[in-house]
Design a protein around this ligand. Sequence first.
Ligand code: 13P
Length: 251
Amino acid sequence: MRKKIVAANWKMNKTFADGLQLIDEILNTTPVNNNVIKIIAPPFIHLAAIADKLKSKEGFAVAAQNCHHLKSGAFTGEVSAEMIASTGAEYVIIGHSERRMYFGETSSLLAQKVNITLANNLTPIFCLGEMIEDRNANLHLEKVKQQLKEGLFHLSPSDFSKLIIAYEPVWAIGTGVTATTHQAQGMHNFIRSEINKKYGKNISENTILLYGGSCNAENAKDLFACLDVDGGLVGGASLKANDFVAIANSF
Ligand code: 13P
């Protein structure tokens, strides 16, 4: 039985004080379903404080939104996986389309980030998804297959079985255009079948696949009801406590 997860990607939002306030609001918004793991991915500056606030709260965990691909050294402004782990965070989002697009992150760089994340006992939440041009040209399956192969398929079966994958079609991110349940289920089923081909049935059936892209309190129920959708990676709607908790309660 795969775990159900709803992850909040705050992106570059919330001052330190506003971030802590949002956590308080989420904790005060009941009822929350303790069987659903709620992962909060704030900016780096919030990590330690939020990890501290959530450490005794059942069903909550903390993620970084990115990490550097090397262990340590003269890389001004960067944050390592080891530093992230030292805050109490347990997950790292890797390969978000905004990192790929605006910061030029390539598949080979992302593969290194996945490796260093796992080496520090952190769980990668690996993002992939096609652009609208790919979908219009009916190349979306090919594109996602390539991202899977280049970013993740170098891993050993035991390492692969530790990670989470988030399918985020780029055309759905921040646009209000959500993938239909048919599109989301279709892609998730495809991803699972590619994992099956590479790592076998047991690993493919246990891999957690999240959907991201204009997921909100209204559409989450239908998306999460899809057979191969195990939860969501939520941007905009995760910045309001009521909406985030409603999404987490949508299973
Ligand atoms: P939105 O929910 O704002 O579309 O963002 C999705 C996302 O990018 C989560 O990582």
